[in-house]
Ligand binder design. Structure first.
Ligand SMILES: CC(C)(COP(=O)(O)OP(=O)(O)OC[C@H]1O[C@@H](n2cnc3c(N)ncnc32)[C@H](O)[C@@H]1OP(=O)(O)O)[C@@H](O)C(=O)NCCC(=O)NCCS
Length: 292
């Protein structure tokens, strides 16, 4: 049995993954019970590699093909104060960073990750809330958006005040969309002219929120959300964007097969007709074909 004090007193069935504990980056020995969420700084640079490793592993499990993050890039985010890190004692519990697009008009939270050993405890919620506050502080007029297939993330976003939006309302910065190229669903995005994909776009618009606050006459419209509705919506979307397309392809294949068969039949008929014509010709003009 793994000693309780080495994993911060958590009553875990399995120990905290050792793979995120490279010498000098992470230590499993944690004497505290609480997970603390910080705005990352220079003192957290040693966690950059572990963050990248955790993101890569999670992408493998999810099968989404999320782009690998470069530790140097993560370090830059930490130095700029644009990252949030969660630590349980010395152990890396979670991470997220801020990305800006279109000269800071749009802000997105990227690379959200929670150590598998600390999931389901509300940590992603706390990290996102911290990142959200940090974004509002650093870029008060920016629209904060997200693009995700993750139901927990959608739930967290909606609780923070994000609303589902069409892709055309998101940043049109090409570098942002280039990030989708490594996703296995990229063909759907291109096929639909960047109108739809399996991800859902969500956005928090500070100007709209301010208008709402100003409008004291009318009670604020509550956006009713339900996790079950999200799940149903995701299933429906997946069906429409993948299965319907598959069926369309199958129908096209069948049609093409039928056309090929028809063409073969016509070719065979024509061949026979040509043979007959040739026969007739040789009968009418036998001397031509006879050897002299
Ligand atoms: C997605 C992820 C960040 C969630 O982290 P977490 O700390 O377990 O999430 P939280 O505990 O804060 O849960 C947030 C909400 O989502 C719900 N939730 C979490 N995991 C869930 C799951 N697998 N299925 C359904 N709901 C889930 C929680 O119940 C919670 O809702 P509640 O407040 O009503 O109880 C984590 O699973 C992860 O790192 N996944 C791999 C990387 C990834 O998918 N990143 C997101 C890229 S956009």
């Amino acid at each position: 049995m793994f000693p309780k004090n080495l994993i911060g007193g958590r009553n875990l069935k399995k120990p905290v993954s050792r793979k995120y504990s490279k010498p000098g980056t992470l230590h499993l020995k944690s004497m505290t019970n609480t997970t603390v969420v910080y705005v990352a700084n220079e003192s957290h640079l040693r966690y950059a590699e572990a963050v990248c490793l955790m993101i890569e592993e999670a992408a493998k499990v999810r099968g989404t093909g999320i782009a690998k993050r470069d530790p140097e890039y993560i370090k830059t985010k930490m130095r700029e104060g644009k990252a949030v890190i969660a630590l349980k004692g010395e152990a890396l519990a979670g991470f997220c960073y801020i990305e800006t697009w279109q000269h800071g008009n749009y802000v997105a939270h990227s690379g959200l990750i929670v150590n598998p050993d600390f999931r389901g405890e509300g940590l992603a919620k706390t990290i996102k809330a911290k990142a959200f506050e940090l974004s509002k502080e650093k870029f008060p007029n920016s629209k904060v958006f997200g693009l995700t297939t993750s139901l927990p993330v959608m739930k967290i976003n909606s609780e923070l005040g994000y609303k589902p939006v069409t892709f055309s309302e998101l940043t049109q910065d090409e570098t942002f969309w280039k990030g989708c190229q490594s996703c296995i669903n990229y063909d759907i995005l291109t096929r639909t002219n960047r109108k739809h994909c399996l991800c859902t776009g969500m956005m928090y618009d500070p100007t709209k929120e301010a208008q709402k606050e100003d409008n004291t006459q009318q009670p604020p419209k509550k956006w009713k959300h339900s996790f079950k509705v999200y799940q149903r919506w995701m299933r429906y979307k997946q069906f429409v964007l993948t299965q319907l397309e598959d069926r369309k392809e199958k129908r096209m294949l069948k049609k093409n097969e039928k056309l090929d068969k028809k063409a073969q039949k016509i070719e065979a008929k024509l061949g026979k007709k040509l043979d007959k014509i040739q026969e007739k010709k040789t009968k009418l003009n036998p001397s031509k074909d006879e050897p002299k």
